[in-house]
Design a protein around this ligand. Structure first.
Ligand code: SAH
Length: 244
C-alpha cells in the first residue's frame, strides 16, 4: 500500500516509522509512507501556505495553490500503473467519525493521500475540488491533522496482511467483526495484591473459557457502550449468557 501525507510537519510521522507494529510493517515494505510539504510549493519569499480569512475573524486559512500542487506532486510520486487513482482523505473534525469498519475498507486500497490541516483549516474550494472523503477522530478539535492521520494510519496498518505477528491477532480485538468490546485480560502472577485471576481462566477448559470471555464481552459492551450494544445481533447462545 502506498500512502502519501500532505503535511507542514513531516517529522511527526517518524513516530510511525520508529516504533512498534507500524515501524515493522513499514520496514517489511507492507506500506510505503511518504510525505509532501506544501511549504515546498509556496511561491512568495516568505514561503507562506496560509493567509487571512475572507470576511475577517481570527486565525489563518491554508490557501489552495500550495496544497493543490502538493497533492499533484504526491500523485505523481506514486506508482499508479494499472491502479485506481488514490483517494484523497482530509482529516477534519467535520468529517465522519472514524470507525473500524471504515478502517478495514480503507486498508484494502492500493494508495491513499491523507491531507493534514493546520490553523483554522483549509480553503473550502480545495476540499470541493480535491478531497474524496473527510474523516474525524471524534467530536473535539486538535491543533492539526497530523495526529489524526497517524491514528488513521496506525489503525489501517495493523489490518494489513502480515502486519501483526502470529501472537497478535486483530480478529480478537474490540470491534473486529461486530460492535463488541474485547474481554478483560490477565497474565502472571496468579495473585496481585490479594486479587486472584478469575478461576475459569486457570481451568484448562477451553469451552468454559470461551463462554466466559464471550459473556464478559457482552456484559461490558452493555454496561459501557449501550449505543453499541443496541446494534448487536445476538445469537441464542449470547442471549442465554446474558440471562445467566
Ligand atoms: N476550524 C476548524 C478546526 C481547525 S483545527 C473547525 O472548527 O472545524 C486544525 C486542523 O486540525 C484541521 O484542519 C484538521 O485537519 C485537524 N483536526 C482538528 N480536529 C480534528 C478531528 N477531530 N479529527 C480530525 N482532524 C482534526
Amino acid at each position: 500500500m502506498q500512502v502519501n501525507v500532505i503535511t507542514l510537519f513531516p517529522d511527526m510521522f517518524k513516530a510511525l516509522s520508529a516504533s512498534g507494529i507500524t515501524a515493522r510493517a513499514i520496514a517489511q515494505g507492507l506500506l510505503s509512507l511518504e510525505t509532501v510539504n506544501p511549504r515546498d510549493f509556496a511561491e512568495d519569499r516568505h514561503q507562506s501556505v496560509d493567509d487571512r480569512p475572507y470576511g475577517g475573524g481570527p486565525g489563518m486559512v491554508m490557501t489552495v495553490p500550495p496544497l493543490s500542487k502538493a497533492i499533484g506532486a504526491a500523485k505523481s510520486s506514486m506508482d499508479l500503473v494499472n491502479k485506481a487513482a488514490p483517494k484523497v482523505i482530509y482529516m477534519s473534525p467535520q468529517g465522519k467519525p472514524i470507525n473500524q469498519k471504515r478502517i478495514n475498507e480503507l486498508a484494502q486500497q492500493d494508495s491513499l493521500i491523507v491531507l493534514c490541516g493546520r490553523y483554522e483549516g483549509i480553503d473550502e474550494r480545495l476540499i470541493d475540488a480535491e478531497v474524496d472523503e473527510e474523516l474525524s477522530l471524534g467530536d473535539y478539535v486538535i491543533s492539526g491533522g497530523e495526529l489524526a492521520a497517524m491514528v488513521l494510519l496506525d489503525a489501517m496498518i495493523r489490518q494489513l496482511p502480515g502486519a501483526l505477528g502470529d501472537n497478535e491477532s486483530a480478529n480478537q480485538d474490540s470491534f473486529a467483526s461486530r460492535p463488541l468490546l474485547d474481554c478483560p485480560h490477565y497474565s502472571r502472577p496468579e495473585k496481585v495484591a490479594g486479587h486472584q485471576v478469575p478461576g475459569v481462566l486457570l481451568s484448562g477448559d477451553h469451552e468454559a473459557i470461551r463462554r466466559w470471555r464471550l459473556k464478559q464481552s457482552l456484559l461490558r459492551t452493555r454496561e459501557r457502550r449501550p449505543d453499541l450494544f443496541m446494534q448487536l445481533q445476538l445469537s441464542h447462545e449470547e442471549l442465554a449468557l446474558l440471562d445467566e
